[in-house]
Each structure stands twice: as structure tokens, then as C-alpha cells.
Write a protein that binds this ligand. Sequence first.
Ligand SMILES: NC(=O)c1ccc[n+]([C@@H]2O[C@H](COP(=O)([O-])OP(=O)(O)OC[C@H]3O[C@@H](n4cnc5c(N)ncnc54)[C@H](O)[C@@H]3O)[C@@H](O)[C@H]2O)c1
Ligand SMILES: O=C(O)[C@H](O)[C@H](O)COP(=O)(O)O
Length: 371
Amino acid sequence: MKILADQNMPLVDALFSPLGDVERFDGRTLTAAQAQHADVLLTRSVTQVNEQLLDSNTQLSFVGTATIGIDHIDQGYLQNRGIPFTNAPGCNAIAVAEYVLSAMLVLAQQQQFSLFTKKVAIVGVGNIGQCLADKLAAIGVQTLLVDPPRAARGDSGQWYELEQALAQADIISFHVPLVKEGSHQTRHLLNAERIAALASNKVIINASRGDVIDNAALLARQQSDNDLHLVLDVWENEPHILTELMNYVDLATVHIGGHTLEGKGRGTFMLYQALCQHLGIRAEATLSELLPTPSLNELTLSPSWTLQELGSLVHLIYDVRRDDAIMRQALATEGFDSLRKNYPVRRELSTLRLRGDNPHLSALAALGFSI
Ligand SMILES: NC(=O)c1ccc[n+]([C@@H]2O[C@H](COP(=O)([O-])OP(=O)(O)OC[C@H]3O[C@@H](n4cnc5c(N)ncnc54)[C@H](O)[C@@H]3O)[C@@H](O)[C@H]2O)c1
Ligand SMILES: O=C(O)[C@H](O)[C@H](O)COP(=O)(O)O
């Protein structure tokens, strides 16, 4: 069995070589000729999986993407050909929620505000949005939840309209899929009109898909007023982004919100489990045995430590300023894709075990640290 896997997927050899012959490919440039003799195709988000790529392959029996986003997959085409397909829902929810938390804590420090007094709108309350909402609830930050599809389904909770949330929240974080048609489209959800209507000093965070915000309109607003605080992990037209926008963005990163070792590893592992199930064999491997122990894995908090010091604690594990610096220093010379490919190791909060006699330990456990 020939297993073709994106070269940016970790743990592929350990998990898939017992199942077949593994060959790696560059996700951005995979051709129909390269894909022609694959039995299994494992991708990440940058490969367009469609008729053009797969029509000459008559033996393909399984396609998986190690991502939650599926806007790069022509599911109708796979269905018509009867090729089973799976994605990896939730694999990187913790990673993206921690990216957003780290970014909010950086801005709180830079702009001298307390996160605990802010209202955070979460637009798209699925795996990532809900994970972020739970983390913010754990530390007492108020959230306004926007998810019309969930509201329409009758899911319990207090749902806000987007317009209400844009007006009332101090921080607005987008976690919707890219949907280009139907009644809940998200392309340019934050469009020129809504961008123009935003009050000064709002913080806008996008770690969903670049097309969710009209980047040209955002640049125009900043060029005229420069009064929004922006955190952008995703950009329109990646990898050929509107580089000028970076000059008006507080934190700019190369679509690495979900790229913790755990998040990417979980994505690969979920495909391994799905393929084993498809083949009718037992999944023997476990993810935890494949992940290395981090150098910093234990810390004792003093009894007097308070949540006012949360920024320093979270940034010990992940400080998004590291990734902002990488993008600003090296985008022009290295290019967007190469920075993503060579992304330095990043771990999740759960890799740090906190000890000590401190009253905030249970809130920190709910935030994601191990206790
Ligand atoms: N930056 C990154 O590295 C990164 C990592 C993972 C996922 N993503 C992106 O984030 C998206 C969300 O991921 P997820 O795992 O939470 O997906 P999910 O499918 O679990 O949740 C998406 C939620 O958005 C809601 N939604 C759909 N249309 C909406 C609209 N018009 N307005 C408001 N809400 C709407 C859905 O009802 C759903 O609850 C993915 O589709 C992907 O595009 C980016
Ligand atoms: O949709 C997703 O899961 C994420 O956007 C994913 O992390 C994208 O990253 P890539 O697959 O391009 O590495």
C-alpha cells in the first residue's frame, strides 16, 4: 500500500510505516503525476484535493487531512468516487485557544489593560471557540458568543448577533470555517462596512482563515486611523499576503495558531486511527509515547502568586511575540511557507505541571496547565 503524506506532518514514519510504504510530498506543489499511484493520501491545509489532482489515480482508497479546516477538499468529488474521507476535528483546538490567550495577554501588557475587565466576543463557537470560551470562563473573563448556525439549531446558551458583539466587545476573536456559499457565509464576514463601523481601540484577532476578514479594507482603515489593535495569524491569499498590512498589526504570524507539537501530532494520530479503522486493524500506537518530554515541565507557585501574573506564566510556555518576530524578520527572505515548514517547537500549557499551595491552582488547571 502506497501512503502519500505531506512533509509537514509530524510522526508520519512512526505511525504509518508499519501500514505501508510512506512517501512524503510538498503540500503546495503536489502534482497529479505524483499522486497517481497513491492508495492513501494524507494532507494538510495547503493541498487542493480535487478532480484535477486525483482523476488519473484509479486506486485511491482513503483521503485524510490532519486539519479541522476542509475548505481545500472537494468533498463532493470524493463522495462521487466513493473514496472515504476524514479530517481531524478538534486536533488543534487547544493550540489555537492558547495562541489567542497568549496574544491577549501580550496586548494587555503592551496596552496596559487588565484582561479580566474586558469583554471578549468569540465568533464561531465550535471546537476552538468553545475551548477558548471555557479557558476565559476559568479565569473570569466575560465572553459574548456568536454562532448563528448553533443558535439556529437551538443549542442552549446566550447567543449574540455579530453586530451586537462587534459593538459591545473590547476584543473580537474569529473562529469560523471558511464558507463561501449558503446562508452562513463567512468570506469577508468582517467586511469593509463592518470594519469602518468599529469603534477605536477594539482588538481584532483572526486565527481562522484569512478570507474571513477583508484585508484590503482593514489596511485602508488602519492607513486612515490606525486605531485598531490587530492579531493576525491568517491572511488573505496565503502565501502571497498583503505584506503592507503587517505594518499595522500588533502581532503577525504565519498561520501557526494550531502548530503545537501536540496539535499537529493529534492531527496525524487521528488520521492513523481513522485509517486503521478503515483497514479493519487495531491501532497499536499511542500518541503520548511519541511526544518528547519538554525541558520545563514542573513549577512550584508561591502561595502569594495571583492571576495578575498570568501573562508571565502563560508566556513561559508560549509567547506569541517569538512567532511575530520570526515573521517580521524573515518573511521577505524565507517566504511564508518556509517559515511554516521550519516552525520551532511549541508545546501546550498541559506540558507544565504546577505545584504549590496556591488558591488559583484549580483555575489554572481549567486553563490547561497540569496540576
Ligand atoms: N490558525 C490555525 O492554525 C487554525 C487551526 C485550526 C483551525 N483553523 C480554522 O478555524 C476554523 C474553526 O475551527 P474549529 O475547530 O473550531 O471548527 P468547528 O467546525 O468545530 O467550529 C466552527 C464553528 O463556527 C460556526 N460558524 C459557522 N458559520 C458561522 C458564521 N457565519 N458565524 C458564526 N459562526 C459560524 C459553526 O457553527 C461552528 O460552531 C477552522 O475551520 C479552520 O478554518 C485555523
Ligand atoms: O484547519 C486547520 O486545522 C488549521 O488551519 C491547520 O493548522 C492549518 O495548518 P496546515 O495544515 O497548513 O499546517
